[in-house]
Design a protein around this ligand. Structure first.
Ligand SMILES: [Zn+2]
Length: 685
């Protein structure tokens, strides 16, 4: 039965391109769901857009010396293109800097304001005198009161995940000027979430215990159990949607308040374009509203936005919020700043026309119930062992044999065997099996059921062996190929939500479009026959190709390079040690010396035994430098020696002093060299 659906996918933040984590967590599952619903004849509005307000964009603009609008224009275009490239079928992809969004969000605020749904409060906020600006969120950096992280942001500590107010930070500094900010009074409007606690308890904790994912339900429960507090909906900032009240100059709507309203304005934009009424998609209780998001957005979509919608009064609430957990990459957290990611534009350069391979690998390994790891080895295995060896191989054999035996014309079957009957019946069961997984947001399970249908096809061919049968029984061969072609046709339709590019290609090979009507999802269960006898199909084309080890190694090398670059960039200068007196320092006797002889300490990887002329004497020093230098390299080197260090026996050799060294971020030792004009024995002080 046809139903109306509003499906939203999290608005990506426009301060950078998107990577596989975004795709796996939100956009691929949302797209599978939307495509499936359309194929099953539902009325779908699949909505998203760029989230273009907030402090990080203004900081990025300041850093790059361009305007915030230029920042969002740049990334909006890149992100939109990535979605198109990967076949994400939004009905509308808007942006929150669009006028329709500014109007919609202003109106939403005004409605709540007029209904007395906000609390006005004058509070003291951090203020940067030099920049002439209030400092909220990412404009302040200071020590996290909970974990002691010295680089916590004003709104959240990235180390321990706690969200707090900027005024909670210990030793706050302005991110703009580096100054210590002062406190200044300012007026803001708050959404009193505590007022909605009873409703949220009943709606989520009692109402959605069974149908929401445990990770989503659990996070909501912990928020509600903790007690909800009023949350500011406005900010002192010059980038965003101006607060539509008198006396609120210089204030904008806080980005978390305006962003989810972006779903509504994007729906309006779409409805206007296609000549529909937007309101049933958001206000008719028969509409099913589903938000696809990552787990970092659960509180906004399950608690705050529903509280806003409820306060407004005329909107429906989400039926489900199937948030995913996080995807890691090769064992480490995906990170934009550390360049630990697979960027979508780069993927397409390295793997052109292989969008479906990534869509499939991310779905088959989706972080649906817990954090999951993307590895290039798994990606390669999903492609080579499943897409190539199972699905691609089956289709190729069917199409090649049909062309070889019958010039591409679907043969007429004779009497069906029990195996044929069972196989045709099994095909008819698949649409329901896959649908049942998709409807419960279990996309990885659904993708494996799809692959099982291809496995069924391979097994059928392997058991019936048409390539042998053709020599002994032509009529039976025709029947086998006829049945196999029905499986191929079913795959062409059922794979569409998961592998849209492959589906188009496969339907093309089977000349599916020359048939009366396009095959719908349910046709596979209800229609007697999908590809009738005498139908002409096209030539074979490979659907997938093997990915070699070399291509995978290139990706691993790229990540290794990122890791190296990070290590160098992050090697922090060690803090200064405790102050010592001059007396303490003058106890050290440091001299210029020359290495006269050097040899490796037997059976010790790191040690060289050196004879050093210190000007005072010639003595033995055992030095742990053998991994950075050979014995020959150091002979004749002028060095700095601590000569009055108490002697120490290392591997049976007494070491009488220490050569001063430093170490580069890459871990290479370097001599602290005295000037070559200095003579042995000179004191360093
Ligand atoms: Zn912290």
């Amino acid at each position: 039965m046809s139903k109306r659906y509003t499906i939203t996918a999290a608005l990506p933040y426009t301060n950078g391109p998107i990577h596989i984590g975004h795709l796996a967590g939100v956009y691929v599952p949302a797209d599978i769901y939307a495509r499936f619903l359309r194929l099953t004849g539902n009325d779908v509005a699949f909505i998203s857009g760029s989230d273009e307000h907030g402090v990080p964009i203004t900081i990025k603009a300041k850093k790059e010396g361009i305007s915030p609008q230029e920042v969002v224009d740049k990334y909006h275009a890149i992100i939109k293109k990535s979605f198109e490239d990967f076949g994400i079928t939004f009905d509308n992809y808007s942006r929150t800097s669009a006028k329709i969004h500014h109007d919609t969000a202003s109106e939403f605020f005004t409605t709540l304001y007029n209904k007395n749904e906000f609390v006005e409060e004058v509070t003291e906020q951090l203020y940067d005198q030099e920049a002439n600006q209030f400092l909220a969120d990412r404009f302040v950096v200071g020590t996290c009161p909970k974990c002691g992280n010295e680089e916590s942001y004003g709104d959240q500590c990235e180390n321990c995940g706690t969200s707090h107010n900027a005024t909670d930070l210990i030793n706050p500094k302005s991110a703009i000027t580096g100054n210590t900010p002062s406190l200044k009074q300012t007026k803001h409007w708050f959404l009193p979430l505590n007022k909605h606690e009873a409703f949220l308890k009943e709606w989520i904790l009692d109402g959605h215990k069974k149908d929401w994912k445990p990770n989503v339900y659990g996070q909501c429960k912990s928020w509600i159990d903790d007690g909800l507090r009023p949350r500011a909906v406005t900010r002192d900032l010059d980038w965003g949607i101006p607060v539509p009240l008198e006396g609120a100059e210089g204030k904008v709507l806080y980005v978390w308040f305006d962003a989810p309203i972006g779903y509504i304005s994007s729906t309006k934009e779409w409805a206007e374009r296609v000549g529909k009424d937007w309101e049933p998609y958001w206000k008719d209780k028969d509409t099913k509203l589903v938000h696809f998001i990552g787990k970092d957005n659960i509180v906004f979509h399950c608690i705050i936005f529903p509280a806003m919608l409820k306060a407004e009064g005329s909107y429906i609430l989400p039926d489900n919020v199937p948030a995913n957990e996080f995807l890691n990459l090769e064992g480490n957290k995906l990170s934009t700043s550390k360049n630990w990611a697979v960027w979508l534009p780069e993927y397409l350069i390295d793997f052109p026309n292989q969008q479906d391979v990534l869509r499939y690998a991310l779905t088959a390994n989706a972080p649906e119930t817990s954090d999951n790891d993307f590895t290039w080895k798994d990606f390669q295995a999903r492609n080579n062992n499943e897409l190539v060896a199972i699905l691609g191989n089956f289709i190729n054999r069917v199409v090649v044999l049909t062309n070889k035996y019958y010039d591409g014309i679907v043969p007429s079957p004779s009497e069906l065997s029990q195996v044929d009957e069972n196989t045709l019946a099994a095909i008819k069961a698949y649409p329901n099996v896959i649908a049942s997984s998709i409807e419960r947001y279990r996309f990885r399970e659904a993708s494996q059921e799809l692959m099982n249908l291809a496995r069924l096809g391979n097994k059928y061919l392997a058991d019936e062996e048409p390539w042998k049968m053709i020599k002994v029984d032509e009529a039976r061969t025709k029947t086998i190929m006829y049945v196999a072609l029905q499986i191929a046709s079913a795959l062409g339709t059922l794979c569409e939500p998961f592998l849209p590019f492959t589906s188009t290609k496969l339907k093309g090979i089977l000349s599916q479009s020359s048939l009366d009507a396009e095959t719908k999802w349910e046709d596979i269960s209800t229609k007697e026959i999908l590809l009738p006898a005498n139908h002409q199909i096209g030539k074979a084309e490979l659907l997938f190709s093997k990915i070699e080890d070399k291509a995978i190694q290139i990706q691993l090398d790229k990540l290794e390079a990122s890791k190296k670059a990070n290590e160098i960039a992050n090697k922090i200068t060690e803090p200064q040690k405790e102050t010592i007196s001059f007396e303490d320092f003058s106890k050290l006797d440091i001299r210029v010396g020359t290495i006269l002889e050097a040899q490796k300490m037997p059976k010790a990887k790191k040690l060289l035994v050196l004879k050093v002329d210190t000007g005072i004497d010639i003595r033995t020093i055992v030095s742990g430098i053998a991994e950075s230098f050979t014995a020959d390299e150091v002979i004749g080197k002028k060095v700095t020696v601590l000569v009055n260090l108490a002697p120490r026996v290392l591997r049976g050799v007494e070491s009488q002093g220490m050569i001063l060294m430093t170490e580069t971020p890459e871990g290479k030792l370097v001599f602290v060299n005295p000037n070559s004009n200095t003579t042995n024995g000179l004191k360093i002080s």
